[in-house]
Design a protein around this ligand. Structure first.
Ligand code: ATR
Length: 277
């Protein structure tokens, strides 16, 4: 039996995203759009879990028969620990983080669709092949960990972080990785991924203009605002993308795990941009 064969309890399967805070999550909008587009009978809600109550919240939702959950900040690491089984990519993501839970008869299976979402956005939506590229990742926290394994095929991956030890640790987890401080970056890269949370506070990173060229794709994993990183990349002629595509693609991958159908992501991305939710 696959996950998709599970019969709904009452005709309409229930799903939710669990986080704290959760009020501004776009996931319900995205999954409702996917459900409508693909004709799936399901509901998708926001659930606020207390900071110290993730485990209890998930157990209660599973008991109520929720078929699947998305997990967001700050619970992705805790989610990894409470699963009965884990997908290979969740296991191999050095992060130990899970963003998608699948309930099969009360057993919880964990997966992580963030890396696949990033890669799909970069390759399919932005038309930029990762293969053999010289990649720079800014940041070495959970966001960087979560997507590192999806960049297989890159020529080399440089990881720069304010805390150099964290960058070194992350770089040693891959065969083609190296680490350095922001200040020693001084040549252009093919792809630069901003995985820091500096943009949340509009903080500029101490990075040189020299890391950007007109052939660079500068990708910020944040969405909903023009970060100082994006502005700097634009000033230096790079192609610039925010993380909205990744958000929608990771959701599409979760939707596929739950429902066995791949939704068309482009109309959903267009709609979010048009109404600026
Ligand atoms: P996430 O799970 O979103 O990655 P995190 O684990 O808190 O969150 O990591 C945030 C990342 O942003 C880290 O790499 C952090 O750098 P440090 O490891 O040195 O703390 C980086 N970061 C956050 N604010 C920053 C700033 N103002 N300048 C530079 N780096 C910053």
């Amino acid at each position: 039996m696959t996950y998709h064969d599970v019969e709904p309890l009452n005709g309409v399967d229930r799903y939710a995203v669990v986080g704290n805070p959760i009020a501004h999550s776009k996931s319900p909008f995205i999954h409702e759009a996917f459900a409508q587009q693909t004709g799936q009978a399901m509901t998708y809600e926001r659930v606020l879990a207390p900071v110290d109550g993730f485990d209890a919240t998930v157990k209660a939702l599973i008991k109520q028969g929720y078929k699947g959950l998305n997990v967001t900040v700050p619970f992705k690491f805790e989610a990894y620990k409470i699963c009965d089984s884990l997908s290979a990519r969740a296991q191999s993501s050095g992060a130990g983080a899970v963003n998608t839970l699948i309930n099969t008869n009360g057993k919880v299976h964990g997966d992580n669709t963030d890396g696949a979402g990033l890669r799909r956005d970069i390759e399919q939506n932005l038309g930029f092949s990762i293969e053999n590229k010289d990649i720079l990742i800014l940041g070495a926290g959970g966001a960087a960990h979560g997507v590192l394994n999806s960049l297989v095929g890159a020529k080399q991956i440089t990881i720069a972080n304010r805390n150099l030890d964290k960058a070194l640790q992350l770089a040693t987890s891959i065969s083609n990785g190296s680490a350095c401080p922001f200040e020693s970056l001084e040549r252009p890269y093919d792809l630069i991924i901003n995985a820091t949370s500096a943009g949340l506070t509009d903080s500029a990173l101490p990075i040189s203009d020299a890391i950007f060229s007109k052939n660079t794709l500068a990708y910020d994993m944040m969405y909903g605002r023009e970060t100082p990183f994006m502005a700097q990349a634009r000033r230096n002629g790079a192609q610039v993308a925010d993380g909205l595509g990744m958000l929608v693609e990771q959701a599409a991958e979760a939707f596929y795990l739950w429902r066995g159908v791949h939704p068309d992501t482009q109309p959903v991305m267009d709609k979010i941009r048009a109404i600026a939710i």
